[in-house]
Design a protein around this ligand. Structure first.
Ligand code: HEC
Length: 442
């Protein structure tokens, strides 16, 4: 196949629009003639059918050249090829009939049948061509709502993820499957499931479990991006460094179809890569929504001695601080409980009874209650703060008794408890993965 043929073949996707438009136009004119015979002449119909047929023949020829320059699977290609040839033949027959034989009922019926079949075949061929370029699922409604890798639920933790299912497959899906699927098998390579990924393509080199550098797939994605064998081709978005590292590590560890990370624990660097990839350290505040607090609400807070600051670009989230030593009226905080995410109330004489007002602020991510005379009874009321990530109770009267309850706060990552009547044995017992306890032995 010389380059010049391949070049002409590339006009196929453009040229096919000619027969589509013209045949539809010819059919409409034919219908119009039924209702207003004198408005459209047979010469006009003969002319438009002849040009339609010529464009269908030209499309079929360029289609033939185009097919040879691409690696489509034989089945779907064959169907499209023969329906395209059929369309060229059928439209030529219709053109010939219009040119030479117009009279008689029998002729009229034959023409109607042929024109109807041409229309059917036109739709069928067009659809077949579309499926070849976009994949056969392109026009099914379900693909619009289908979970794409981006919207797929992310694993909640490294330990609950499977490397192949949650990382490797989604990477190939977003970056490679467009050209390596059942109807478009570039380089003879399919990347649709584990078995075919291992097998490889035309070159005969597949994946070598345990040896990324000997694996063609990994070699192709690690070439310099201007190398002619670099994947993906055609300037499509390349793999990110993280994605490439994940593929490399997967092959290194045996390229298995199922690799629960709980069983193959990643080293610290890989853990960081995967944490990024799964977006595990994504700020949960980004996933929450709220209407911004009104100016009235903010005014009420200020009147009660609080400083309030909007902390997000959307203006919804509030950072509220109280910096006086006179005990504040906490009940106004209820007005902004939907927006209040950070709250600082250090050293202002709060006691266990006041914790009732804090307990309802369930959007809180950070809470500072340091140097207040609060004890275990007060802390027990904070149980419902499911979003709380940081809690500072330094210099309070909280004891060992509260540690279990605090460690059980599901989102808590940092707990400041120095200068509290708490001993280090209890601290050690309360530590869990993901929770950092900052304390000091008395
Ligand atoms: C825009 C289309 C396109 C995309 C996207 C694409 N490829 Fe390819 N791929 C090709 C073409 C064309 C060939 C055949 C030419 C060649 O071997 O360079 C090929 C060949 C290959 C081969 C060689 C197969 C063999 O055994 O000869 C591998 C491996 C490969 N691709 C991997 C990938 C990976 C991995 C991705 C995703 C990161 C990817 N491709 C994305 C078009 C694409």
């Amino acid at each position: 196949m010389t380059d010049i043929y391949i070049y002409f073949g590339r006009f196929h996707p453009l040229l096919v629009h000619l027969p589509i438009g013209m045949i539809c136009g010819a059919i409409l004119l034919g219908i119009w003639k039924r209702f207003k015979p004198e408005a459209v002449s047979y010469q006009t119909l003969a002319l438009i059918w002849t040009t339609s047929a010529a464009s269908a023949i030209l499309s079929a020829l360029t289609g033939y050249l185009h097919a040879n320059g691409n690696d489509y699977t034989k089945e779907s290609l064959d169907i499209h090829k023969w329906s395209g040839i059929g369309l060229a033949v059928l439209s030529s027959v219709v053109a010939v009939i219009y040119l030479f034989e117009r009279s008689g009922l029998w002729m009229h019926r034959l023409r109607t049948t042929l024109v109807t079949s041409t229309f059917g075949l036109l739709i069928y061929t067009g659809h077949g061509g579309g499926s070849l370029t976009h994949g056969s699922e392109y026009l099914s409604i379900s693909t619009l709502t289908e979970e794409t890798p981006e919207t797929m639920p992310r694993p909640a933790s490294i330990e609950s993820a499977d490397l192949f299912t949650h990382a490797v497959m989604p990477i190939l899906q977003t970056k490679c499957l467009g050209c390596h699927n059942a109807s478009k098998k570039k380089g003879g390579l399919l990347l649709t499931d584990h078995a075919v990924i291992l097998r490889g393509g035309k070159s005969g080199v597949g994946l070598v479990p345990g040896d990324p550098s000997a694996s063609e797939l990994f070699r192709r994605v690690s070439l310099p991006s201007d190398h002619k064998e670099f994947m993906p081709t055609d300037g499509k978005a390349p793999l990110t460094d993280d994605q490439r590292d994940i593929l490399e590590w997967w092959i290194e560890k045996g390229a298995l179809a199922s690799m629960p990370l709980a069983k193959t624990p990643p080293d610290p660097r890989m853990r960081e890569v995967l944490t990024n990839y799964f977006q595990l350290n994504r700020d949960p505040m980004l996933d929450m929504k709220a209407e911004p607090a009104s100016e009235d609400d903010l005014e009420a807070l200020r009147a009660a001695g609080f400083q309030a600051r909007r902390i997000s670009s959307s203006g919804a989230w509030l950072d509220v601080t109280y910096a006086d030593s006179v005990k504040p009226d906490l009940s106004v905080l209820e007005r902004v409980h939907e927006q209040l995410v950070w709250l600082q109330l250090p050293n202002c004489g709060l006691t266990d009874e006041d914790m009732e007002d804090i307990a309802g602020l369930d959007k809180l991510f950070r809470l500072n209650l340091s140097q207040n005379p609060i004890g275990d009874q007060g802390i027990a009321q904070l149980e419902g703060l499911k979003n709380l990530e940081q809690l500072n109770i330094y210099g309070t009267r909280v004891t060992n008794k509260s540690l279990g309850l605090l460690a059980a706060l599901p989102s808590l990552k940092k707990l400041f408890i120095w200068d509290c009547p708490i001993d280090s044995t209890s601290v050690v017992a309360a530590v869990r993965p993901g929770l950092e306890i900052i304390h000091q032995v008395r």
